[in-house]
Design a protein around this ligand. Structure first.
Ligand SMILES: Nc1ncnc2c1ncn2[C@@H]1O[C@H](COP(=O)(O)OP(=O)(O)OP(=O)(O)O)[C@@H](O)[C@H]1O
Length: 428
């Protein structure tokens, strides 16, 4: 692994976004915030407009209402030159890698550098080689896209998405067409790249395992709205029928073959399922590979989620608390969990030591303490980083110089309240 520079992503704030094509409404009133440097996944049945959403974020489609705010610029309502600048912050991995068939991998990956920068060939070579190393493609420089597997095409597409050092990376179904083993490797690569870049990731996927193991946050589009968006624990413990059905890959529930079922049929199916309903226990999030730097986003997210813990449902709250190590519980002023508390709490258990929002000192919100020698893990312990409470104590990464200052900002940006968690209108 090369000694790559770590930089930090930017927050993407979506406010009241609505998109239609003619009389066909795709989605309305979508509001969410992709937190800086975190990995978010967007789920939803086919045709619910996930790809349309990605295109709206980059300003490739114009929504009729709403805003997409990036570094204070509204992508939906800005000049061409501003849009050009904002687009430079993005890297996009398209489903098929979108490689030029007549160019070898080296030239494909070098393309954005030659097209959008004035870098000389020596610098281009250094950058291309660095990114090819990051995605494990060294030695394949002269291969043509037609000569490589689907997994390699994805990795080449990813290397190309990385060459301009994007602060936001969008992945449109990175796992499509890949076998489960290649998907597992790609998922690990995504987590490792997030640690190395600290960029803000949004992944559109249908893969339940990816949704369960990769992201910090999950959102789901359904019935032309954002059904839910929030920390992984929020959706993975949700009893909202559509979310639960989707995350279980089940036929019974409100989502039908090509459209939504009527409420009578849905109710009958769910009643028949009875006790079998419910999302399985939360499995731990993927950790980084040995030798990869800690994910700074893990700690920012932990502070953010803990500061907003009381806004989550009991099951999600319990799952968050259960994932803390004893030292983290102490840090947030929580009592030790009761013996009965298990990961992936059902929502009926008591949340031990629930933290009142105002109990967290503001100077502790989203700050990254210096790493001390005492916190340094033993050799090889990095891969276990994100195991739940049974895991060894986790070191906090030393913040990158670019990462630290903006990161301690409070809950509002420019007077605007951030929407970290959201549920469809009408729900709690
Ligand atoms: N440029 C366009 N003009 C008209 N309709 C479009 C356009 N782009 C997308 N659509 C329509 O928007 C809807 C949502 O498409 P989209 O590809 O975003 O869905 P999706 O959720 O990504 O689906 P899948 O999971 O199957 O990939 C579809 O009905 C599609 O036909």
């Amino acid at each position: 692994m090369s000694d790559v520079e770590v930089w930090m992503g930017v927050e993407v704030a979506v406010e009241g976004l609505s998109k239609s094509f003619g009389s066909q409404n795709i989605w309305s009133d979508v509001t969410l915030t992709l937190p800086t440097g975190e990995i978010s996944v967007l789920l939803g049945p086919s045709g619910t407009g996930k790809s349309v959403f990605l295109k709206a974020l980059v300003g490739l489609l114009s929504p009729e209402h709403g805003k997409v705010l990036i570094n204070g610029v509204d992508v939906c309502d800005c000049s061409e030159s501003k849009l050009y600048e904002v687009r430079k912050l993005f890297g996009v991995l398209f489903q098929d890698g979108a490689l030029f068939g007549s160019m070898n991998l080296y030239d494909n990956i070098a393309f954005p550098l030659r097209e959008h920068t004035s870098k000389g060939e020596t610098e281009v070579r250094r950058i291309v080689q660095e990114k090819m190393e990051m995605v494990g493609l060294v030695g394949s420089e002269t291969k043509l896209p037609g000569e490589i597997s689907g997994g390699m095409k994805k990795r080449a597409g990813l290397a190309r998405a990385l060459v301009l050092d994007p602060e936001i990376i969008l992945f449109d179904e990175p796992d499509s067409g890949l076998d489960p083993v290649r998907t597992a490797y790609l998922n690990q690569l995504i987590v490792d790249l997030n640690a190395q870049t600290d960029a803000t990731f949004l992944i559109v996927t249908h893969d339940i395992n990816t949704a369960r193991t990769v992201p910090d946050n999950i959102g789901m589009l359904y019935r032309r709205h954002l059904a839910m968006f929030g920390p992984r624990e929020m959706l993975l413990t949700s009893t909202e029928p559509a979310v639960e059905q989707f995350l279980n890959g089940r036929r019974a529930g409100p989502i039908g073959m090509s459209e939504e079922k009527d409420s009578g049929q849905t109710a009958a199916e769910l009643a028949e399922l009875g006790e079998d309903r419910g999302v399985p226990e939360i499995i731990p999030q993927l950790g980084i590979s040995p030798g990869v730097p800690e994910r700074a986003a893990v700690w920012r997210r932990q502070d953010r989620v803990m500061a907003n813990l009381d806004t989550l449902d009991p099951g999600a709250r319990q799952a968050v608390v259960n994932s803390l190590t004893p030292r983290e519980r102490e840090r947030y002023g929580l009592a030790e969990p009761s013996a009965s508390a298990a990961p992936g709490g059902s929502g009926t258990e008591t949340v031990s030591g629930t933290l009142p929002t105002d109990a967290l000192p503001t100077d502790r919100i989203a700050t990254l303490p210096e790493q001390s020698t005492a916190d340094t893990p033993p050799e090889g312990a990095a891969a276990d980083d994100q195991l739940p409470s049974a895991a060894p104590e986790r070191p906090r990464p030393t913040p990158h110089p670019r990462a630290a200052p903006e990161n301690s900002e409070p809950e509002t940006v420019g007077g605007r309240k951030r929407r970290w968690f959201s549920r469809k209108r009408g729900e709690r």
